[in-house]
Write a protein that binds this ligand. Structure first.
Ligand code: ADP
Ligand code: MG
Length: 454
């Protein structure tokens, strides 16, 4: 196809001119504010208590003793991964200087779909660190992977540290309600191997979670009695602490590239939300990216303002993509009610175009699970998942009176990310959602009929 060349398509500069023109960036060392950088000790602000506890728990490993397992718990962006990673890295260096062969590996529950995948990654990471031959990725049973892992620890290490990051998210796929989540099996098998002293050397588990309740309530009784971690809690940061954290990375930018009010403003915005240091750092970086795209020499407060929306949206999408499949189905049902119910919602005396009533969302949950032959769980579970999605700030749960004696009802409000964006995100992720949407007219009429009867 030949494009019509309008007046606008005439370029002011040739491609070569543009590619070779002066390159401006506000970043001097962008790495410092990239999401997964584990920064040096001197950039860690506060958290003395948590550092001390983690250090004291790990320390016995350097003296031939067995450390306790640990559970680092607290909201997202409060430094759990940073503290675990920094202390583990240091311990290994010290170990090396004293002839104690130590390694640490990390696996994030968010990025793994099953027990098998997680154990493969742990084994693979040890193989890489120790320069061993890799076990093949396929055709090896889960139990052989465990055996390989224990062999490696036994044969090549004096001590291993295994960081199971955001472990509560490793639920596993298509499990029925009597099966424990994947993380329960992993914790059981890893802690049991230590207990029964299969190996001459040993390892410690550092588990982190943003949602200790999901994790602990997901453990079955045999795991519960084998895995007894020492818990270390991490609380949200306040604006002052966030300002300090950001100030210690000021040199990610050139000297004059940040207006004076940018760091205090980013800290204030982040503290108003969750007190999440990751959010603060992401916001600062995005503001810098916006300034760069505008070819400006300085980051202003207005760039932060602009970045805020984008960063918030990315967060919601990230949560949606990583919650369990049943939670996704529940959310999808609620979002479909809002998306296809706009006219009825607009007409209603009690509802708004931002919301979806819980009872109708639940009816759609049943409809969708029937339609796609997805395991249908109880209304009680549906309501609980939606409450959890409220605590992750994906939707907001609101209880409302209908006036008179009509009683109170629950509704889900979509304001961080539109129902349409959620439906799209999920349909891209799983073809079962896309299938549901193919019956658009039918789906619409189910939603509308149910809303009319609400
Ligand atoms: N006390 C702190 N000092 C410096 N940087 C921090 C601190 N706490 C968190 N950060 C930074 O904030 C981001 C999120 O921290 P992280 O450890 O990943 O949080 P969590 O694991 O609790 O979700 C990381 O970039 C981390 O380097
Ligand atoms: Mg983390």
């Amino acid at each position: 196809m030949v494009e019509e060349l309008g007046e606008q398509s005439e370029r002011p500069l040739s491609i070569t001119d543009q590619l070779t023109s002066e390159y401006n960036t506000v970043f001097n060392n962008k790495d410092l504010i990239e999401p997964d950088t584990i920064v040096d000790e001197d950039r860690i602000v506060g958290r003395d208590e948590q550092l001390n506890r983690v250090i004291n728990i790990i320390k016995p490993a350097l003296h031939g003793d067995q450390p306790e397992d640990m559970l680092l718990r607290g909201p997202s962006g409060t430094g759990k991964t940073l503290i675990a990673g920094t202390v583990a890295t240091k311990a290994i260096k010290i170990g090396a200087s004293r002839d104690v062969q130590m390694e640490f590996v990390e696996v994030n529950g968010k990025h793994k779909k099953s027990e098998h995948e997680a154990i493969h990654q742990i084994t693979h990471a040890f193989e890489r660190e120790l320069d061993l031959e890799y076990t093949s990725k396929t055709g090896v049973s889960t139990s052989s992977r465990y055996d390989r892992l224990f062999d490696i620890v036994d044969e090549y290490l004096d001590f291993g540290i295994v960081i199971l990051d955001e472990l509560d998210l490793l639920v596993g796929d298509s499990r029925n309600k009597d099966e424990p989540p994947a993380f329960s099996d992993i914790l059981y098998k890893l802690s049991r191997a230590k207990r029964i002293g299969k190996m001459d050397s040993s390892f410690t588990l550092i588990v982190t979670t943003n949602s200790p309740n999901s994790l602990m309530s997901g453990l079955n009784s045999r795991t519960d009695s084998t895995f007894n971690p020492t818990e270390v809690s991490f609380a949200d940061y306040n604006a002052n602490e966030l300002r300090e954290i950001l100030s210690h990375r000021r040199d990610a930018f050139y000297e004059d590239a940040l207006d004076d009010d940018v760091i205090p403003y980013v800290a204030a915005v982040a503290a108003q939300g969750e007190g999440d240091a990751r959010f603060a750092i992401d916001l600062l970086r995005e503001a810098g990216n916006i300034a760069n795209r505008r070819e400006m020499q300085t980051v202003h407060k207005s760039h932060v303002e602009e970045a805020k929306n984008q960063v918030e949206k990315n967060y919601v999408v990230d949560v949606i993509e990583n919650v369990s499949f049943q939670k996704q189905v529940s959310l999808f049902a609620a979002a479909v009610v809002n998306l296809y119910g706009q006219t009825e919602l607009g007409r209603s005396d009690y509802l708004t175009e931002m919301s979806a009533p819980a009872t109708v969302a639940h009816t759609l949950y049943n409809w969708i699970t029937d339609h796609e032959d997805i395991e249908q769980r109880s209304k009680h579970s549906f309501l609980r998942w939606m409450r959890e999605l409220d605590t992750y700030e994906v939707i907001e749960l609101n209880r409302k009176g209908r006036g008179n004696e009509m009683g109170v009802f629950a509704e889900y409000i979509f304001h961080n990310l539109s129902a349409e964006a959620m439906v799209e995100t999920l349909a891209d992720k799983d073809k079962r959602f896309a299938n549901v949407l193919e019956d658009e007219e039918l789906l619409k009429s189910v939603v509308q009929t149910n809303l009319k009867n609400f």
